[in-house]
Design a protein around this ligand. Structure first.
Ligand SMILES: [Zn+2]
Length: 120
């Protein structure tokens, strides 16, 4: 989970994770993970690109939304089981949509990239 700092001038997005993990904090216990609060905020009061202010939003899910390897494995299983699964075509379509989605948590529409798009 992350909070989002969104620049009102250039739409730059900066994520502020709500927690992070230290890898292997103890050599005597290599399986142990230790979480900590990352330093905040990740941005200054004004955007470094356009000198406008930020808006704060969130929290949002900021990790990958799919496990691509898992989706591929399920697709292979469904392809092999077409005669057994009554909803195989439907599952296949759903997995194709899932595979086509971007793994990134946020996106920008094309019309926001042109300065005369009516945005203020
Ligand atoms: Zn900016």
């Amino acid at each position: 989970m992350s909070m989002v700092y969104h620049c009102v001038g250039c739409d730059t997005v900066t994520l502020q994770p709500l927690s992070a993990f230290k890898p292997n904090p103890s050599p005597s216990n290599p399986d142990q993970e230790k979480s900590y609060l990352p330093p905040a905020p990740p941005v200054g009061e004004f955007c470094t690109h356009c000198n406008q202010r930020h808006r704060l939003g969130g929290p949002i899910w900021s990790a990958p939304i799919h496990d691509e390897e898992f989706v591929e494995d399920v697709m292979k299983y469904v392809e092999k089981s077409m005669n057994v699964l009554g909803t195989a075509r439907r599952i296949e379509g759903l997995l194709a949509v899932v595979r086509g989605e971007l793994p990134a948590p946020l996106y920008c529409t094309l019309d926001c990239m042109w300065p005369d798009s009516g945005r203020t």
